[in-house]
Design a protein around this ligand. Structure first.
Ligand SMILES: CC(C)(COP(=O)(O)OP(=O)(O)OC[C@H]1O[C@@H](n2cnc3c(N)ncnc32)[C@H](O)[C@@H]1OP(=O)(O)O)[C@@H](O)C(=O)NCCC(=O)NCCS
Length: 172
């Protein structure tokens, strides 16, 4: 456990974050109430919300949004501008007409397993599991579970021909 990131950088908002050792966080980030494991790097303009868990030796590239209910295991790569979703049917207001609170919607959790990679601009809907070593193409919209070792792309994301599901190639 460390007190904070190992590097200095201007314009970071960091509140109630549990840091592992040797974490690097670049500028213009907003991190609160989350956990970040050893040696992980967080790029510029990233927001990670309360309740999110990021493993060790992950790379989270610039402009990505990680919300509550998301867990990235160790050695996960998240490309630029990846968006996670945790509310399938969002509404601004509740039946009474007032703004929704946390009691008015159902959090959907997502797990990205060890060594998986998400391409830039991917959108990951809530409630899915992305298997170990899987690869999600740039711009994909992931609506269902992705098998270990599988490569998926497109909207909705589907396995690319020749993609080997079921095994989990370790990433070097
Ligand atoms: C999905 C991906 C891994 C596939 O790479 P690949 O196995 O070399 O695949 P190919 O380039 O040979 O393309 C195979 C087919 O999939 C299509 N395809 C490739 N990537 C695609 C994508 N992201 N979305 C939709 N279709 C895609 C190609 O058009 C091609 O279709 P065709 O056979 O009809 O011509 C890769 O294209 C990708 O998106 N990687 C993510 C890169 C990234 O975002 N890096 C982030 C940091 S820079």
């Amino acid at each position: 456990m460390a007190d904070g990131p190992v590097n200095d950088a201007p314009y970071r908002l960091i509140r109630d974050v549990t840091f592992g050792e040797n974490v690097v966080v670049y500028s213009f980030t907003n991190l609160y109430g989350c956990r970040i494991g050893d040696d992980t790097r967080i790029g510029t303009f990233v927001e990670i919300q309360r309740g999110a868990v990021i493993g060790a030796r992950c790379k989270v590239q610039s402009h990505t949004f990680v919300c509550d209910g998301i867990e990235l295991e160790d050695e996960v790569f998240v490309g630029h501008g990846v968006m996670f979703v945790n509310d399938r049917r969002p509404r601004a207001t509740s039946d009474g007409g007032g703004l929704q609170t946390e009691d008015d919607w159902q959090l959907e959790r997502t797990l990205v397993k060890r060594g998986a990679s998400l391409g830039s601009g991917a959108i990951v809907l809530g409630g899915v599991t992305i298997g170990e070593g899987a690869l999600v193409g740039a711009g994909a919209v992931v609506t269902r579970d992705v098998a270990a070792g599988e490569t998926v792309a497109g909207n909705p994301a589907r396995a690319l021909a020749g993609s080997a599901g079921g095994s989990a190639p370790p990433k070097g």
